[in-house]
Design a protein around this ligand. Structure first.
Ligand code: PEP
Ligand code: MN
Length: 339
């Protein structure tokens, strides 16, 4: 149930409503916006009447929400969520935020060169996996803690933020000092124990869509993180598996406006994993922004032909540079800014 309070409701009115909701068995999440206070009741009490709340003092409206993702649903925060990072970068506002870098951290030289190129192109985040979920156990598994340290070092040097993938609960504490944003990979979108733990940290999380996940499943997974109290959450469309084999995955551009409609969370596009072929990445990046994406997560490597993972879908540095120029031209057309 959602209870929207009047703009003029007093604190006493609000407390009275909260008390009644708690009495009925709801877990209450309160959002105090500039215009009004929203109370979201999570839980399924056996008996309650929405009508009872509609007539309480200070209540503007109350309604049942039938969708199973109460905290992720748009109605919880109709104005939309913004995620603010330490250096003032905001995801979910007017600016389309670009996150770029190699698939994996491979060496100091590789990640430092990447950071310089990513920063020169105007991106705000450096991406790069230190822990890699590879389809084969014999493929490069990532540099681990050494990779995290390198990410932090070169990002500080170039003024970038760090986003990197967390694969299991035991890595969370280890990662906290080195990163600005946790990335939950497609393969872990339904690792519910991991999601629950990420609900208990206050560091932002970007959660990717699973390779065969429906939009409702994406939102239910988001609910695991939100219900722990971590609202610094962003979603990311990264392609799904279909019968098409020409591209690595099928980039579901339509998921972007659908998610923007259903949830208040920022939505990003990852065209690199979306298509898996570097020359198709720029058009899909432009399409993502045209469709309403709040940001892009893309792979770029100083020397993609020598990359230890995902070289075929990694942009050459000049391609990223050129794409950023095109994005700058497109952004105002859809009411956004970039870089
Ligand atoms: C990645 O970003 O390198 C990655 C492994 O992505 P995904 O989880 O979308 O496959
Ligand atoms: Mn990759």
């Amino acid at each position: 149930m959602i209870v929207a309070m009047h703009g003029q409701a007093t604190e006493e009115n609000i407390q009275q409503v909260i008390e009644r909701m708690v009495e009925l068995g709801f877990n209450v999440h309160r959002t105090t916006g500039a215009a009004q206070t929203i109370l979201a009741g999570v839980g399924t009490p056996e008996h309650f009447e929405v009508a009872e709340f509609k007539v309480l003092a200070g209540v503007y409206d109350a309604y049942r929400i039938s969708s199973p993702y109460k905290l992720a649903g748009r109605s919880f925060r109709p104005e939309g969520t913004t995620v603010t990072f330490p250096n003032g970068v905001i995801v979910g506002g007017r600016e389309v935020v670009v996150m770029a870098g190699p698939c994996s951290v491979e060496s100091r030289e590789q990640i430092l060169t990447s950071a310089k190129q990513v920063s020169a192109a105007g991106a705000k985040f450096l991406r790069g996996g230190a822990f890699k979920p590879r389809s084969s156990p014999y493929s490069f598994q990532g540099m681990g803690l050494d990779g995290l340290k390198l990410l932090r070092e070169v990002s500080d040097e170039t003024g970038l933020l760090v986003i990197t993938e967390v694969m299991e609960i035991s890595q969370i504490e280890l990662m906290l000092p080195y990163i600005d944003c946790f990335q939950v990979g497609a393969r872990n979108m339904q690792n519910f124990n991991l999601l629950r733990e990420l609900g208990h940290v206050r560091k932002p999380v970007l959660m990717k869509r699973g390779i065969a996940a429906t939009i409702e499943e994406v939102l239910l997974s988001a609910e695991y993180i939100l219900s722990g109290g971590n609202y610094n959450l962003m979603l990311c469309e990264r392609g799904i598996r279909t019968y098409e084999t020409y591209t690595r995955n099928t980039m579901d551009i339509s998921a972007i406006p659908v998610l923007k409609k259903l949830t208040h969370l920022p939505v990003l596009g990852d065209p690199s994993h979306g298509v898996g072929i570097r020359d198709l990445v720029p058009p899909m990046a432009l399409a993502s922004v045209a469709a309403g994406a709040d940001g892009l997560l893309m792979e770029m490597h100083p020397n993609p032909d020598k990359a230890m993972s995902d070289g075929a879908q990694s942009l050459y540095p000049e391609q990223l540079q050129k794409l950023m120029t095109q994005l700058q031209q497109l952004a105002p057309v859809v009411g956004r800014t970039i870089g």
